[in-house]
Each structure stands twice: as structure tokens, then as C-alpha cells.
Design a protein around this ligand. Structure first.
Ligand code: ACO
Length: 311
């Protein structure tokens, strides 16, 4: 049973009104947003690690400049998203503390290694491609600050996807060895990319309530299907093979039938047992600890400046 206040809130959501930071909102709505926006922010930040790993080894100066810009964009996305989460009454320090202590999640995909340059192409094409597929509808999410952050992020994200596809194109049209590298990267990133959309709808604990509140606009399976439908022709254009024997066009549903990812692998990865979970968390915690002297210095300077203004 909804209270009159909750009913009034739901009516606003149903009418498509944006909810703003100072508006009344149910505690569950606030908590769900803090969880989702916080996780999303953490994903952007942790997501810099697998690609940052290749900045020093990019094959040309141009590729290096592009990758550097892209990885910096991800840092910016993380910062907008932490700011959006802060409007809900949670501090950035609190969110980071929860990430570092393993109490908050970040996207499963960033726990897979990037072994060679073709992987950077596959990450841009598939991982950023999946990210946009999920984020375009989130531009219409009911919470104002999140929705506005998504508009800017999607513009940058579509450039990321194109730079990944451009790398894949170069590799796929290169020597046989380069083409094999591109195929191998696709083989390894295909199913982990499908996992980015979350568990299948029957196992998605939050979807129903999040969709009623218009925090989420689509179910996990809807977006996964859309991603497969758009990505398979792109793979064909590259002359690469999607590593799924069950993949087949289904005329009736106007979409591809495809194999589900290995969900036991997904649940292991989000529990912390993926190939790179430890490495990623160690790198984040080290960065946080190494930055302590700098944060302390900034705070000391801010305090002094405030004292001086008082005097
Ligand atoms: N990686 C890690 N955890 C995941 C993933 C994933 N790919 N998918 C689902 N989960 C977690 C959920 O967070 C939830 O765990 P929790 O209750 O401890 O928070 C659990 O699995 C069950 O999943 P759902 O009930 O389906 O969760 P939800 O409704 O939040 O849907 C989704 C998951 C689709 C990822 C949603 O949170 C979302 O759209 N988030 C915003 C987009 C985002 O975070 N993108 C980050 C990757 S892209 C990038 O940053 C480049």
C-alpha cells in the first residue's frame, strides 16, 4: 500500500516529470539511485585501468593521443556521476570507501584483462557499445541530475565506440596475424560484454521496482537483445565471426537468437572472483592511498583560506 505522499510521487514519475534533489522521494528510490549511480561512477573509474594499461604501448602517436583522451573522458564521467550521487546526500568519500572495502560493485566487464592492442579495439567496440546501449535510454531516467549527466556522457561514449570500431577495422583488414588477433579479441570479449546488461530478467532483483520508478527504462534482456541485433552486422562487416554457434536470425521476432552467457561465471565475477578483480581493487586502493598527501594538502590549504576570510 502506498501512502498519499508515495502516491503523489508515483504520479509525478508516471507523468514523466523529473525528480530533483530537493523534492520529496521515497527512501527506497533514493537508495536505489545511490546504488546504481554509485556503481556506475565506480565502473567509469575502474574502467580506466584496462585501457590505461595500453596508453604507453599504443602503436602510433595518433592512437596514443586518442586513447589518452578517451581514458580522460572516463575519469570525467566518473566525476559527473559522483556529483549526481552526492545530490542524494551521500559523500564521494563514503562511496569510495564502500568501493575500496568491497561493499559496492562496479561493472563485471572491467575484471577481464586486456592482453594486446586488438583488445583495446574490442573494448571500444563492444564494451563502450554495450555501455551506450544501456545509457541512451537512461537519458530519460526519472532523476534529473542522473538524466542530465547521461546526455553528456552518451555523446562522448559514442565517439569511444567509433574509435574502437576503427581499431577493429584496421586490424581486420590487416595481415592474417592481425585479423586473427581481432578475431581472438572478439572471442574473449563477446560473452563478458553480454553480461554487462546484468542477469537475465528472471534473476534481476531490482528491475521491476526500478522500472516502476523509471530509474531503469528497459529490462536487462531487452537491452541485451538490442545489442546483439546491432552488433552482429558490425562483426559481419569486419569479416569476423561472433563466437556463438546458436546465433541465428529469427524472422518472427525480427532479432537474433543467441546463447546466454555463462551465468555462473558472471556471479563469480561480481562476487570478486573474476580474473582481475584483485588486481583492479589493489590498483584503486593504491591510487587512493598514494593521493592522501595531496588531499591533505588541499584540505589544509582550504582550511587556511577559510580562516583568513574569517579574520
Ligand atoms: N556488473 C556488476 N554487477 C552487476 C552487473 C554487472 N554487469 N549487472 C548486474 N549487477 C548486479 C546488480 O548491481 C545487483 O547487485 P546489488 O543488488 O548488489 O547492487 C545484482 O547484480 C542484480 O542485478 P539487477 O537486479 O539486474 O540490478 P540492476 O537493476 O541495478 O541492473 C544494470 C543492473 C543494468 C547494470 C543497472 O544497474 C544499470 O543500468 N546501471 C547503469 C549503467 C552502468 O552501471 N554501467 C556501467 C558499465 S558501462 C561503463 O561504465 C563504461
Amino acid at each position: 500500500e502506498m501512502s498519499p505522499q508515495e502516491q503523489a510521487f508515483q504520479d509525478r514519475v508516471d507523468k514523466g516529470e523529473k525528480i530533483e534533489p530537493k523534492d520529496w522521494m521515497p527512501e527506497g528510490y533514493r537508495k536505489t539511485l545511490v546504488r546504481q549511480i554509485g556503481q556506475h561512477a565506480h565502473s567509469e573509474i575502474v574502467g580506466q585501468l584496462p585501457e590505461g594499461n595500453w596508453i604507453t604501448r599504443a602503436p602510433t602517436l595518433e592512437r596514443k593521443a586518442i586513447l589518452l583522451a578517451k581514458v580522460q573522458d572516463e575519469a570525467g564521467h566518473g566525476l559527473y556521476l559522483y556529483s549526481a550521487a552526492e545530490t542524494l546526500g551521500v559523500s564521494r568519500d563514503e562511496l569510495l570507501d564502500k568501493l575500496h572495502s568491497g561493499k559496492m560493485k562496479y561493472s563485471s566487464i572491467f575484471n577481464y584483462p586486456t592482453l594486446n592492442w586488438a583488445d583495446i579495439g574490442a573494448v571500444g567496440w563492444l564494451v563502450d557499445g554495450a555501455a551506450i546501449m544501456n545509457q541512451v535510454p537512461l537519458q530519460r531516467t526519472s532523476y534529473g541530475p542522473y538524466s542530465r549527466a547521461m546526455i553528456r556522457i552518451c555523446k562522448e561514449e559514442s565517439f569511444h565506440q567509433r574509435q574502437g570500431y576503427a581499431i577493429m577495422m584496421k586490424m581486420a583488414q590487416g595481415t592474417p596475424d592481425q585479423k586473427n588477433m581481432a578475431q581472438d579479441a572478439l572471442n574473449r570479449f563477446w560473452f563478458p560484454s553480454l553480461m554487462m546488461f546484468g542477469p537475465s530478467d528472471k534473476d534481476s532483483v531490482h528491475s521491476a521496482q526500478s522500472m516502476a520508478w523509471k530509474i531503469k527504462i528497459n529490462t536487462n534482456d531487452e537491452l541485451r537483445q538490442k545489442f546483439v541485433n546491432e552488433t552482429v552486422p558490425q562483426a559481419k562487416y569486419l569479416g569476423l565471426t561472433v563466437p556463438d554457434e546458436k546465433l541465428e536470425w529469427n524472422e518472427e521476432k525480427q532479432g537474433y537468437d543467441f546463447s546466454e552467457p555463462d551465468w555462473s561465471e558472471f556471479f563469480e565475477v561480481i562476487k570478486g572472483n573474476g580474473p582481475c578483480n584483485r588486481e583492479r581493487m589493489d590498483a584503486r586502493v593504491k591510487a587512493w592511498e598514494d593521493g592522501e598527501w595531496f588531499r591533505d594538502g588541499l584540505n589544509a590549504y582550504a582550511d587556511k583560506a577559510a580562516d583568513r576570510r574569517k579574520a
